[in-house]
Design a protein around this ligand. Structure first.
Ligand code: SF4
Ligand code: SF4
Length: 76
């Protein structure tokens, strides 16, 4: 039973955060413009673009326009 619970929790974690911008980002903003969900924002504190897991539906459109392929899919 413990194993089943572990798998369920892991799946939930992936579903919440499916996309991530890595450190290779050159801060060009192309992904933010492309995202129709408003799911990408610039974080002033870290000076980086971030994907909002609450808004992102994992469509992958941002990955198509990123010039350095630094948006990765953690799980679908
Ligand atoms: S995967 Fe789609 S919804 Fe999510 S951040 Fe990229 S463009 Fe926006
Ligand atoms: S398109 Fe790629 S390089 Fe440009 S801001 Fe978005 S994640 Fe960074």
């Amino acid at each position: 039973m413990k194993v089943v619970n572990y798998i369920t929790n892991r799946n939930l974690e992936f579903a919440v955060m499916a996309m991530m911008i890595t450190e290779e980002c050159i801060v060009c903003s192309a992904c933010q413009t492309e995202c129709k969900k408003g799911g990408i924002y610039y974080d002033d504190a870290t000076e980086r673009y971030v994907i909002d897991a609450e808004l992102c539906d994992g469509c992958g459109a941002c990955t198509e326009v990123c010039p350095v392929d630094c948006i990765v899919v953690l799980a679908r």
